[in-house]
Ligand binder design. Structure first.
Ligand code: C2E
Ligand code: MG
Ligand code: MG
Length: 737
């Protein structure tokens, strides 16, 4: 497996190793060469010193034999025997020098000795030119001891190193004319034997004189030897020592060992770093995978699902008209969490995911896109043909209850789906449509999957705009509260009021609560609206002592954990006792989450609030609910009242509802009374309380105050209205308000 980071690490480290190795090798080599160079300079200095020492030696010899009183006298006497015995024989016998000549002041060689015998004779070497040169050499030297001068001269037998000095009378040397003194020249062959002896003392094995004609480029740097005429004889050459290389030879093994160890460690580091980088890349990949997965269910999560729906393949499927999305939202899931805790909720979601997984086609992409929201993506013709069936099966998969922590749970879900019809539907649009259908399913009466259809659009758009407009409505003073009297049927006295919110929107004009309350529930605006209504009612009630107040509470409000506390605090702040309130609730909450509802209602009840079951008869209401929950009132829905007198079933139903309330000691209110006939019938059926346009319409607080003032102490509405068949005695007996 290759990875850019691993590759870069490998490259960097290998480059580092190479640079290190090359640097070390170059450094060591440089040091070796430098050491060689230094040694070469040193050797040259030593060789030059050695040559100087030879000159000094030959000069010393010449001094010894010439600064000699007896020798001067013998010469002046012309005593050849003395000279030969004391000077010539000394040379030949002791081999101190290879030759010795004495030149007279008139430029003639007076005496000459050469060794070995086969050496060239004096006459053939000592040409007048050479004699002249020798005289020149000493001319500037003073007459004194140690005044000898030395130089070289070429002979057929070899190169001579010689020194010349004047044979002088030591006693009066300063007074003699130098030109009158004979010269003594002596020296030895600078042969290779002598040179190698000299070289050995400096540890140079091959010190030799290279003839001028043999000088090559390689030897051009070596010191020149010139004869007395200034002509180049040749060069002193030798093989420079290479101590650097010797050192190099010694350190090569340890350095190579060190480098090898370094390389091995570095390679090991490279491999380790590579492995590390690769494993990191792998865990990165796993992390990305994990980021797409919902940890609870193991399904794809929202992020993964968004990726999927944005993928090119899904987009193509959409364009081909072969894609579908199904959304499923569990109803009232928050209250499940509230009742069995988050762990229980999680367990339920897990079971639900498992159950749904089983009924989905194998190639469906199933995702958990929210706490209680699931989505299914289907592609391909066959899957598409099955989508309606799959969506419906998802709804009914929840028919069987779930068992969580020993409790049985029945949950329902809203399921909506959308199919790409091939006419320019983008994945986003498809998602939106499925969401809209699901939204519709939430509000639909029947429990079945809802397919998207264009009819959903206008309503949805309008609701969206309503939701936006609702946001600032309280601050903009668009909300107000009206009150509708609730009247005792027996004597038509006002006993209570129902607070009803009104919204005069700048954008939409007056909007019915039936229209905007569901939207407010959805957007969460209901909480602020609810508090606003309750607060306003508290304020207004101060003027109407003795009257009770009904407040409508939607299930969403009740789900708010701080709801009861908030109400309590507001009532306290306005100095209104909770007993004066009746909270009107619809069945929705009770049906969906009985356990939670029971707990919440008990709490409100304990605080003193009265409870009223609103719109009784419209939902799944059963006597069971009434028994389970601590209601004080029940409100027969106005749909029954409107059919009163025309529909015999309605009559019977109302009659049994009233009987039920009687039996359970729950006060019964009939709402929506629009005609005198309805009122009369309800009184006949012995309904205890009535509410409706016929009696009083909802009106602002000021009008309520005016009405109450007009009605006086009795608070009786329509006191002039005498109703036939009304048994006032029964009413008076049963109902003390
Ligand atoms: P609801 O609680 O059943 O309220 C009774 C509705 O019937 C009110 O409509 C009232 O004006 C209307 N009504 C009263 N008498 C008659 C009549 O004789 N004939 C007819 N046809 N209707 C009558 P409204 O004010 O439009 O409220 C509609 C629903 O909105 C209410 O139904 C209630 O569920 C909800 N609502 C109103 N105000 C609030 C509120 O402050 N908070 C909450 N959560 N919901 C509210
Ligand atoms: Mg109501
Ligand atoms: Mg109602």
């Amino acid at each position: 497996m290759s990875h850019p980071i691993a590759g870069r690490i490998t490259f960097n480290l290998v480059a580092g190793i190479l640079v290190t190795v090359v640097t070390v090798i170059a450094g060591v080599a440089w040091m070796a060469y430098r050491q060689n160079d230094q040694a070469a300079v040193q050797t040259r200095t030593m060789v030059m010193g050695g040559i100087d020492a030879m000159h000094t030696r030959v000069q010393g010899l010449a001094n010894d034999y010439s600064w000699w009183e007896e020798a001067y006298d013998a010469y002046q006497r012309g005593d050849a025997a003395w000279i030969d015995a004391n000077i010539g024989t000394g040379i030949v016998d002791t081999q101190i020098a290879d030759f010795l000549v004495i030149v007279s002041p008139d430029h003639q060689v007076k005496y000459g000795w050469w060794t070995p015998p086969e050496a060239p004779n004096t006459a053939s070497v000592m040409s007048p030119a050479l004699i002249g040169k020798i005289e020149d050499l000493i001319r500037t030297a003073p007459v004194e001891n140690n005044a000898a001068r030395s130089s070289y001269v070429e002979t057929p037998a070899g190169t001579l190193l010689f020194a010349v000095s004047r044979i002088a009378p030591v006693s009066n040397a300063s007074s003699v004319d130098p030109a009158t003194l004979p010269l003594l020249a002596m020296g030895f062959y600078l042969n290779n034997q002598r040179l190698s002896e000299l070289g050995r003392s400096f540890l140079i094995n091959d010190l030799r004189l290279e003839r001028a004609d043999a000088v090559t480029d390689a030897t051009r740097e070596f010191p020149e030897i010139r004869d007395i005429f200034g002509k180049v004889i040749g060069r002193l050459v030798w093989t420079p020592p290479t101590p650097g290389f010797a050192v190099l030879r010694n350190v090569v093994a340890p350095i190579a060992g060190g480098l090898l160890t370094f390389c091995l460690i570095a390679m090991w580091t490279v491999l380790r770093a590579r492995r590390l980088a690769l494993s990191q890349a792998l865990s990165e990949k796993q992390a990305i995978e994990a980021a797409r997965t919902d940890s609870l269910t193991g399904l794809t999560n929202r992020f993964g699902f968004n990726e999927l729906s944005a993928s090119a393949s899904f987009e193509e499927a959409c364009a081909r008209g072969e894609a579908a999305i199904i959304y499923l939202d569990i109803n009232g899931f928050k209250s499940v969490n509230d009742s069995i805790g988050h762990q229980g909720g999680d367990a339920l979601v897990g079971m639900l995911a498992e159950r749904l997984s089983m009924i989905l086609p194998p190639d469906a992409r199933f995702a958990r896109v929210g706490g209680d929201e699931f989505a299914v993506a289907l592609t391909g013709r066959p899957a598409l043909d099955a989508v309606a069936g799959v969506a419906s099966a998802m709804v009914h998969a929840l028919d069987q209850p779930f068992t969580v922590t020993g409790f049985q749970f029945q949950v329902t879900a809203a399921v909506g789906y959308a199919v790409s019809d091939g006419v320019d539907v983008s994945p986003d649009e498809l998602l939106r449509r499925a969401d809209l259908a699901m939204y519709q399913a939430k509000n639909a009466a029947e429990r079945d999957a809802v397919p998207y259809h264009p009819g959903l659009e206008t309503g949805a758009l309008h609701r969206k705009r309503l939701g936006m407009a609702l946001r600032g409505s309280i601050e903009a003073n668009e909300m107000s509260v009206v009150y509708q009297p609730i009247v005792r049927a027996s004597d038509l006295a006002v006993v209570s009021l129902e607070a009803l919110v009104r919204w005069d929107s700048k954008e939409f004009g007056r909007v019915s609560p039936a229209e905007f309350i569901p939207v407010a529930e959805e957007t969460g605006a209901i909480h602020d609206i609810g508090k606003f209504v309750f607060q306003r009612a508290c304020q207004d009630m101060v003027d109407w002592p003795g009257l009770r107040m009904s407040i409508n509470v939607s299930p969403a409000q009740l789900r708010d954990p701080s709801f009861a506390n908030d109400l309590g605090a507001i009532a306290r702040r306005h100095d209104v006792v909770p007993n004066r309130f009746k909270l009107e609730l619809t069945e929705g909450l009770l049906v969906r989450n009985p356990t939670i509802a029971k707990r919440k209602l008990a709490r409100l009840k304990s605080m003193g609030f009265g409870l009223s079951l609103d719109d009784f008869g419209t939902g799944f209401s059963s006597i069971g609910y009434l028994r389970q929950f601590p209601f004080d009132w029940l409100k027969i829905d106005k749909s029954f009242i409107s059919e009163l007198g025309t529909n015999p079933t309605a009559n019977a139903l109302i009659q049994s509802m009233i009987a039920l309330g009687d039996a359970m000691d729950i006060a019964v209110v009939a709402e929506g009374i629009e005609t005198v006939e309805q009122l009369q019938l309800l009184r006949l059926l012995q309904c205890e309380y009535v509410q409706g346009y016929y009696l009083a319409k909802p009106m602002p607080a000021a009008e309520i105050s005016a009405l109450l003032a007009r009605l006086g102490e009795s608070r009786r509405i329509l006191p002039e209205l005498e109703l036939p068949g009304f048994d006032s005695s029964r009413s008076a007996l049963n109902l003390q308000s």
